[in-house]
Design a protein around this ligand. Structure first.
Ligand code: UDP
Ligand code: MG
Length: 323
């Protein structure tokens, strides 16, 4: 029996990219005749004609499956849904905007056959990203590597191949705030890296806006590390180390030695400074704690990660709607 490779593609407003992507994918998969393939498109609540375009293709290509979300749940949820639905011996995750060149699937599979359980696509360049995004991602990786125990490779993308054993473990994750890359890295397994150049996005606009990226970054910092929480503690210690001798100094100089240095501290001035300082610390700590509580909150209410409107799978006989 041929090995089955599932290709998971999250889609959000990609009507112009889909036909190009499918033809590129077909080129690659046709050349790999010793494997069979299924394409799992996960429509993440697109508001353009993406769904219609994909449905057209399902008529021609029986290996094409479509999962439609009831609304936009974000790329991470879309990828998780695709991975969950995949039945292949390995799953390849790829962006629809052709920034992850499909031709590399061949090399991914070679590495997999060579024993890799996770093949990670790593960007050689950051393409034509804005300077702000580049700087942002550079700092993000620097901070993450410092503070988390998970080994996160800079410029590693979501373009990955994962073996069935990794897929099964991945499906056990229950958290809602998720970053697919981070979770796969956390799992470990035998990893290999594949370096590729990112071409520019073909059509449409990158829908990961700066705010979405920042919130993804913040989520992964609070999700993978307790360092910010400890930071509050460190801050408190530093402030104590500064304010305690200062207070002692004022006490001794002013009240015990009767101001030999003629500094004439007024009581309310020193009190005011001390109070402001302490209020600052308390607010910082509260803010940090709030970040964690927010995360606990989203995990505890235990909502489903996504909502599927319908699934469409072309069986060998006829198109069939799965309930
Ligand atoms: N995407 C998605 N849901 C979203 C945003 C994006 O499924 O809310 C998909 C999008 O269609 C594409 C992939 O995720 O296939 C990467 O998106 P994008 O190019 O906007 O992100 P970037 O390249 O900046 O990481
Ligand atoms: Mg992109």
């Amino acid at each position: 029996m041929k090995k089955l490779i599932s290709i998971v593609i999250p889609i959000y407003n990609e009507e112009e990219n889909i036909p190009i992507l499918i033809s590129e994918l077909e080129k690659v998969t046709n050349a790999l005749a010793s494997y069979s393939f299924e394409f799992i498109f996960v429509d993440d609540g697109s508001i353009d004609t993406s769904v219609k375009v994909i449905k057209e293709f399902t008529k021609k290509n029986k290996n094409l499956r479509l999962i439609e979300f009831a609304r936009n749940f974000g790329k991470e949820a879309a990828i998780s849904a695709g991975i969950y639905e995949a039945v292949g011996d390995a799953v390849v995750i790829i962006d629809a905007d052709l920034q992850h060149p499909p031709k590399h699937i061949t090399q991914f599979i070679e590495l997999w056959e060579d024993g890799a359980e996770v093949v990670v696509g790593v960007r050689n360049n950051s393409g034509k990203q804005s300077r702000l995004k580049q700087l942002g991602s550079m700092w993000f990786y620097k901070i993450m590597q410092r503070i988390s125990h998970t080994d996160i490779t800079p410029y590693a993308t979501d373009y990955r191949l994962i073996d069935r054993c990794v897929v099964d473990e991945f499906n056990r994750f229950t958290e809602r705030n998720r970053m697919t890359r981070g979770l796969i890295d956390w799992l470990g397994f035998e990893r290999r890296y594949f370096y590729f150049d990112t071409p520019e996005r073909q059509h449409g606009e990158a829908s990961y806006t700066m705010t979405k990226l920042i919130s993804l970054g913040l989520n992964s910092i609070t999700g993978y590390s307790m360092a910010p929480l400890r930071l509050a503690g460190y801050l408190g210690i530093v402030v104590l180390l500064v304010s305690a001798p200062l207070g002692l100094f004022v006490l001794i100089e002013q009240y015990i030695m009767r101001d030999p240095m003629q500094l004439k501290f007024t009581g309310s001035a020193s009190l005011g400074i001390a109070v402001l300082f302490l209020v600052g610390i308390v607010l910082v700590c509260l803010g940090l704690v709030a970040l964690y509580i927010a995360q606990i909150h989203t995990e505890v209410i235990n909502r489903p990660l996504y909502v599927v409107r319908r699934k469409r799978t072309q069986t060998h006989t006829e198109g069939q709607l799965l309930k």
